[in-house]
Design a protein around this ligand. Structure first.
Ligand SMILES: [Zn+2]
Length: 329
């Protein structure tokens, strides 16, 4: 992958190319944006470009160095936190493995999910981020920069990643074998991010999602009960941890509430996510009680905040549903 292959991130890419050309690389960069917008791929391409001798401010994607980065075996490039939260041991592995970059290249430490690091990991990062060795750059991949301690945030240069456009998502899905009708629907559902697109190649997932959304809409009309709602929900993401499931639950519900508010209060149809339910929402929620929906929106926000503390995630979901029900009835 070279910078040309990164879609929808014109500003981030042109900034990175500029600093490589000028040979002025800040010691710590923070790639900020939703997951599924290309932050990690861009970080890897940046690492390739800093070590590639064949292309100017880009990766040729063919030389030994580029191939080594792609396959996670380049000694100058270290990735931590890719599939789990960053612990103190991961940070130590970067700090202790403090080698001089080979081939006059650049040492690039990519810290994925940096905002999910433990406090100890942050503390052990601090000194290293303050005084990194020469020709070393740290790339922190972050969803919400305010989950990063101020001491680290203030030492980083922020590079923002935009949500992807529906068009970019559609063409990506078509390149993965989706037919165009399905690509249009799924690009709406993905809401600016490619995260989780693979799930939609599975027809049974699409059916389960549809049946959950139907149930949720019935619930908002006071026509469904908690147990059938939970049953439909639990069928949708059987593999996720209960915390991830709870987070996703509130994401789904808040997007649905937003859609209903868009359609019923603003008559807006272009920006709705649950595109396939547009007709149903317009017909059933045309005279909806806007203040109750706004109240539900607040409840979802509060429940999501509760998830950041030690609240039991399953309890947070059930409590959230019960509180929503009180508003509806
Ligand atoms: Zn190369």
């Amino acid at each position: 992958m070279s910078f040309n292959d990164i879609k929808g991130q014109k500003f981030a890419v042109s900034y990175l190319k500029k600093i490589i050309l000028k040979k002025r690389i800040p010691p710590t960069l923070m790639f900020v944006g939703k997951s599924g917008t290309g932050r990690f791929k861009t970080a890897l391409t940046f690492a390739k470009a800093l070590n590639c001798k064949n292309a100017q401010a880009d990766s040729c994607d063919r030389c030994k160095s580029c191939i080594a980065v792609e396959n996670s075996v380049h000694p100058n490039v270290k990735v931590i936190g890719r599939n789990s939260s960053v612990g103190i041991g991961d940070v130590r592995s970067i700090v202790n493995d403090n080698l001089v970059p080979i081939n006059e290249g650049y040492r690039v430490n990519i810290i994925d999910n940096a905002d999910k690091s433990t406090i100890q990991a942050f503390n052990s990062m601090l000194k290293y981020l303050e005084e990194p060795p020469e020709n070393t750059v740290n790339v922190l991949i972050v969803r919400d920069p305010f989950n990063i301690p101020e001491t680290i945030r203030s030492r980083s240069v922020m590079v923002k990643f935009q949500p992807l456009s529906d068009k970019d998502i559609e063409s990506y899905l078509i390149s993965k074998g989706f037919d165009s009708d399905k690509a249009v629907l799924v690009s709406h559902l993905l809401n600016g991010s490619l995260e989780g697109w693979e799930k939609f190649s599975d027809e049974s997932f699409i059916k389960k999602r549809k049946s959950f959304i139907e149930e949720m809409l019935l619930f908002f009309q006071g026509r469904s009960d908690i147990s059938s709602l939970l049953e439909k929900w639990n069928a949708l993401f059987p593999d996720l941890s209960s915390k991830e499931k709870a987070e996703k639950f509130f994401d789904y519900v808040s997007v649905l509430i937003r859609d209903i508010l868009y359609v019923s209060a603003l008559g807006e149809k272009d920006n709705i996510t649950n595109f396939d339910f547009l007709g149903y929402i317009a017909a059933k929620f045309s005279v909806t009680n806007k203040s109750s929906l706004e109240r539900i929106y607040d409840i979802i926000k509060e429940q999501k905040e509760a998830l950041l503390t030690n609240t039991n995630p399953q309890y947070a979901v059930v409590d959230g549903i019960l509180r929503m029900k009180e508003v509806i009835v």
